[in-house]
Design a protein around this ligand. Structure first.
Ligand code: C2E
Ligand code: CA
Ligand code: CA
Ligand code: CA
Length: 280
């Protein structure tokens, strides 16, 4: 390894080489993943407080790698964003989610998950043709756009003017927009003015702090006032304990998501929840 003048490791470092190498290998493997049917989706319930009734689900992608086992989307989604494969992965995800949601709509009617959320990355949002692609997929599946929530991050929307336009057009198509990981990106409250946001997803890093006397608790508390005033809905992310759930309910939160309620699960388990809900 070589050090440059500033004393920092340069990219001649063998460890960095290895990292880049494994990145490249994983990138190659990802190219095969769709063809080899290694990607699949799980769905995490979003529940209504305080009783925990199913309000919707968020689709989350998984990759079962033939050698490494499950690879986290926290690893391969950023990789796919860097190497451009996110367009293909994103399209695959969208097709699956729309297909699944249409099936739920047909089979469960009014009892189907009211809202199904799908994560859309910055690159997809910067594709001017994205809304048309979305529209085509929705109409091919006969899916009511109102069933679908598109989750975007502040950073992705703030990137360029194209992204903001794309978000507005998606909203015009009848989809709802959720601002994901709120508070962690290049936060700008003006986004809440410029962007047709229905759902504000308050990031886990804030929710983690609610039961202690912390700045996070103050912020989580304050956000409820903002969402009410702007006629948006707040969702607390990453709720892990009953204490947090109780605190959030007292603070005015009506929607939550987290391991305390349910982990991401296969579609068949979501259907089990739907049938349970019927008989309750
Ligand atoms: P995200 O959109 O913020 O999704 C929430 C993540 O938090 C999920 O991780 C979920 O499993 C996890 N989570 C939910 N409740 C809890 C909790 O109570 N405690 C903890 N510790 N974690 C909780 P996951 O599935 O590993 O996804 C990580 C990230 O990868 C997502 O964060 C999202 O940014 C990205 N991602 C996942 N699926 C997709 C996709 O289909 N498309 C795109 N573009 N990104 C995706
Ligand atoms: Ca999300
Ligand atoms: Ca999130
Ligand atoms: Ca996150």
């Amino acid at each position: 390894a070589k050090r440059n003048g500033g004393g920092r490791w340069t990219w001649f470092d063998p460890i960095m080489d290895q990292l880049a190498d494994s990145d490249a290998r994983l990138s190659n493997d990802l190219r095969q993943a769709i063809i080899r049917d290694e990607l699949f989706l799980v769905y995490q319930p979003i529940v209504e407080l305080p009783h925990g009734r199913l309000a919707g689900v968020e689709a989350l992608v998984r990759w079962r790698h033939p050698e490494h086992g499950l690879v986290s989307p926290a690893v391969f989604i950023p990789l796919a964003e860097r190497d451009g494969q996110i367009m293909e992965v994103g399209r695959w995800v969208l097709e699956q989610v729309i297909h699944q949601t249409a099936r739920w709509q047909r089979e469960y009617g009014a009892d189907a998950p009211t809202k199904v959320s799908v994560n859309v990355s910055a690159r997809q949002l910067n594709e001017p043709g994205f809304p048309a692609e979305m529209e085509a997929l929705l109409s091919a599946a006969g899916l009511d756009p109102a069933r679908l929530v598109v989750e975007v991050t502040e950073t992705a929307v703030l990137g360029t003017g194209v992204a903001l336009d794309v978000v507005r057009r998606l909203h015009e198509l009848g989809l709802s927009i959720a601002l994901d990981d709120f508070g962690t990106g290049q936060s700008s409250l003006s986004l809440l003015v410029d962007c047709p946001v229905t759902w504000l997803k308050v990031d886990k890093s804030f929710v983690d702090g609610v039961t202690s006397d912390s700045p996070q608790a103050v912020i989580v508390n304050g956000l409820i006032g903002i969402t009410r005033g702007l006629r948006m809905q707040a969702v607390a992310e990453g709720v892990e304990t009953a204490e947090q759930a109780e605190w959030l309910y007292q603070a005015g939160y009506r929607f939550a998501q987290g391991y305390h309620f349910a982990r991401p699960m296969p579609a068949s388990d979501v259907e089990l929840l739907l049938t349970l809900r019927d008989t309750r």
